[in-house]
Ligand binder design. Structure first.
Ligand code: ADP
Length: 714
């Protein structure tokens, strides 16, 4: 352990720490302007008052202020990073200005010597670049050496001059060394903390898949067990699995917050519905402890608001859950009170108060740190010590700031204020929380289900769970096998696709499949990546929903039931519309997961023979693809499906070459589809192609711009 740290530190120490040189220079310039203008003004005033201000001093003062002001205004106005030459120029000019003061002020010149170090150390510390510090120092040494040559006063005071030389040589070198060590230590700490968070997120993520398998297997055993004892044991495994999953989810959320990867997912909901979810989920626990659980919502909060309901309810559930956990007698209250209202929004105070054990003042400061539990585990209740750390960050993400007051022995009060934008319209149902779902009976209509997952254990268990309810299940364990089966004769009522299939992602499979079918079957995605971002991306493909691993029987049944209902509705619509349904089938939307595969871009960058190689290649590919797409659209207009396929073939080739995965996938779908399908869905295909091309080209332009910036050095 120790060894790893040491080697990490020395590795980090060899690289220059990354500092935003623009910000550093702006700060340096602001300081320079303030110091120079105030010192010059003071000097002029004193000089005038005592009648000792010379013409030369006046001139140097004016030039120095003009220089300081000019550099500051220039840096503040420019948005890009300053080139190294500006850093070097200002470092040299700073030293030359000090030199000018030394010359014109005669014996008082010694007072200016420390300014050399001020400037040199300032550059070293602010830019974090040793070479800039050395340039500034070299300029200082040069000018200090020059002083006696041009100023007779210094020739008579060689000892003072010698000490000035020593000061400008030794002090910055020592400061530079210390700075280097501090930067290396900071960098090392940041790298290590980031690596830890990433490892944590990755490991936790990987744990969810086998955990899903364990929970599903336990669920199967529970339903098939012939003795009560076996059922009880299986239920215990499931409960422990649920606790473990909650802890893993906490770890993932905490890691994501540390990596700054959390985003809000806003949807219209009423505040009342959120408070209800909180209270419904804790009612039983509170009742079990003989506590009074009171939930109130300000009656003026009538309109739905845009909120991230998952984070809001999760945060409140954490505060209220703790309140119940740490209260033995009395009550727990959850309030939402309107503070102010404008035509656009409400400002609402959410608060959770209890009459429990309370927290000492000393511990109040610690409880928001990860893994801190000041009371230890209570009655072996679950808790990772991460709840408050995550909730605090979630409140900040939602735009609030968490407050707490507590008295040992009397209880605690947690609250935060949020400004929530009103939503004119109906609130929609969001992701139904686990607590609000009642167990559902098996689906009434047997369905033909196509299940794709590259994890064979998961595939087996899910197949068993689905088949147990009387459905027929066909399975595939990779994207390419899935596409082959989907291109065949079999038809399905529902597709359940794992997002990560190894050879391709489930979204690509769905998109390719839907291209070849006028009436595609509804689809659900499975994923272990529980972020709302992923969920949103997957829903954008037109899927009915997303199931997050580990998947419970209840959720699976919900998916099957919704698919059954969707099929029924579609059949009814088809009958009503007398065959026009095909043209109105749900519009295909391109998947926005990735348009350009960065691995391919990385590979191309690696083989680049010149700096402009990648940019040029992408630009050429962009125009080739535009030509192919125009050709495909023209072929559709002329009704020549042969030419559509030829164009698709060319598009696929170029697309694959530069990692334009979405376009290549669409092109492949066109190549596979038969003439009838192509004709029936031509307008949809054309608009999807155009839409996907626009997004792909935007991504290409982004990369080209970045490459060009990198090639120009900034
Ligand atoms: P845990 O998973 O242990 O509940 P939290 O981060 O939610 O983790 O809380 C951290 C610690 O803060 C708890 O272990 C407990 O010691 C203290 N704490 C939180 N809320 C309360 C409360 N309402 N009353 C007393 N102590 C509390």
């Amino acid at each position: 352990m120790r060894q790893t740290k040491t080697s990490g530190l020395s590795r980090a120490a060899t690289r220059a720490p990354e500092v935003d040189s623009r910000a550093a220079l702006v700060v340096q310039a602001r300081l320079r302007l303030i110091l120079v203008s105030s010192c010059v003004t003071l000097g002029f005033a004193l000089g005038q008052a005592f009648g000792v201000l010379t013409r030369w001093e006046f001139a140097v003062g004016v030039v120095h202020v003009a220089y300081a002001g000019g550099v500051y205004l220039f840096l503040r106005g420019s948005r890009s990073r300053p080139p190294t030459i500006s850093l070097v120029a200002t470092a040299v000019l700073d030293a030359s200005m000090v030199f000018a003061w030394e010359l014109v002020t005669g014996k008082y010149g010694i007072l200016f010597t420390p300014l050399y170090n001020f400037s040199t150390i300032g550059y070293g510390l602010r830019t974090g670049r040793r070479e800039i510090l050395l340039v500034s120092q070299a300029a200082s040494v040069f000018f200090v050496c020059l002083v006696p040559v041009v100023s007779p006063y210094w020739l008579d005071h060689m000892i003072a001059w010698g000490s000035a030389i020593l000061a400008v040589v030794i002090v910055p070198l020592y400061a530079g060394e210390l700075t280097r060590q501090v930067h290396a230590a900071i960098r090392f700490a940041e790298t290590e903390s980031r690596a830890k968070s990433e490892l944590m997120a990755r490991v936790s993520h990987e744990l969810r898949t086998p955990l899903g398998g364990i929970s599903n297997a336990a669920e199967l055993i529970e339903s098939e067990a012939s003795t009560n004892r076996a059922r009880e044991l299986a239920r215990t495994i499931r409960n422990l699995g649920a606790h473990l999953l909650a802890d893993i989810n906490d770890l993932i959320d905490q890691s994501r917050f540390s990596l700054g990867k959390m985003v809000l997912h806003l949807e219209p909901k009423t505040i009342e519905s959120q408070i209800q979810v909180v209270c419904a989920s804790l009612e039983n626990r509170a009742r079990g402890k003989g506590l009074m659980l009171q939930c109130t919502v300000d009656p003026r909060l009538t309109l739905p608001v845009l909120m991230d309901s998952r984070w809001l309810s999760r945060t409140l559930i954490n505060f209220a859950g703790n309140a119940v956990k740490f209260t033995d007698v009395g009550s727990v209250t959850v309030h939402a009170v309107l503070l102010t209202e404008t035509p656009r929004d409400y400002t609402v105070r959410f608060s959770v108060q209890d009459t429990g054990t309370g927290i000492s003042e000393e511990n109040l400061e610690k409880i928001f740190n990860p893994f801190v539990q000041v009371h230890g585990r209570v009655n072996s209740e679950e808790g990772s010590g991460l709840g408050l750390a995550i909730s605090k960050q979630a409140v900040e993400l939602m735009g609030g700031s968490l407050r707490v007051s507590s008295t040992l022995g009397s209880g605690s009060h947690f609250w935060f204020d949020l400004r929530l934008e009103k939503f004119e319209g109906d609130a929609v149902l969001g992701v139904v929380s686990e607590q609000t779902l009642a167990p559902e009976p098996p689906a009434a209509r047997p369905l033909r289900v196509f299940l794709v997952d590259d994890n064979s254990t998961n595939l087996f268990l899910l197949k068993e769970l689905i088949a147990r309810d009387g459905h027929t299940v066909v399975t595939a364990s990779s994207g390419s096998v899935a596409l082959e089966i989907l291109a065949g004769e079999q038809s399905f009522d529902l597709l359940i696709l794992d997002y990560n299939l190894g050879d391709m992602d489930g979204a690509q499979v769905l998109q390719t499949y839907r291209f070849g079918h006028a009436e595609p079957a509804p689809a659900w995605f499975l994923t272990a990546d529980a972020t709302l971002l992923t969920e949103r991306k997957l829903l954008e493909t037109g899927a009915l929903g997303v199931l997050t691993k580990p998947i419970s029987v209840r959720e699976l049944r919900r998916a099957l039931d919704q698919a059954g209902a969707a099929q029924g509705a579609q059949a009814a619509a088809l009958a009503l519309q007398d065959g026009t349904a095909a043209s109105q089938a749900p519009r295909l939307r391109p998947v926005s997961v990735i348009y350009i595969d960065q691995t391919v871009i990385g590979r191309l960058r690696d083989i680049g023979v010149s700096r402009d190689f990648l940019g040029d290649m992408l630009k050429r590919a962009r125009s080739d693809m535009t030509r192919s797409i125009d050709g495909i659209c023209a072929a559709f207009q002329e009704g020549s499906m042969q030419d559509v396929r030829a164009g698709a073939h060319a598009l696929k080739g170029v697309g694959n070459e530069i990692g334009a995965v979405r376009l290549a996938t669409l092109a492949q779908a066109l190549m596979r589809a038969n003439d009838d399908t192509l004709e029936a869905t031509s307008s949809r295909i054309v608009s999807d192609l155009r839409e996907t091309a626009a997004a792909t080209f935007a991504a290409i332009d982004d990369i080209v711009r970045t490459e060009e910036r990198a090639a120009s050095g900034f």
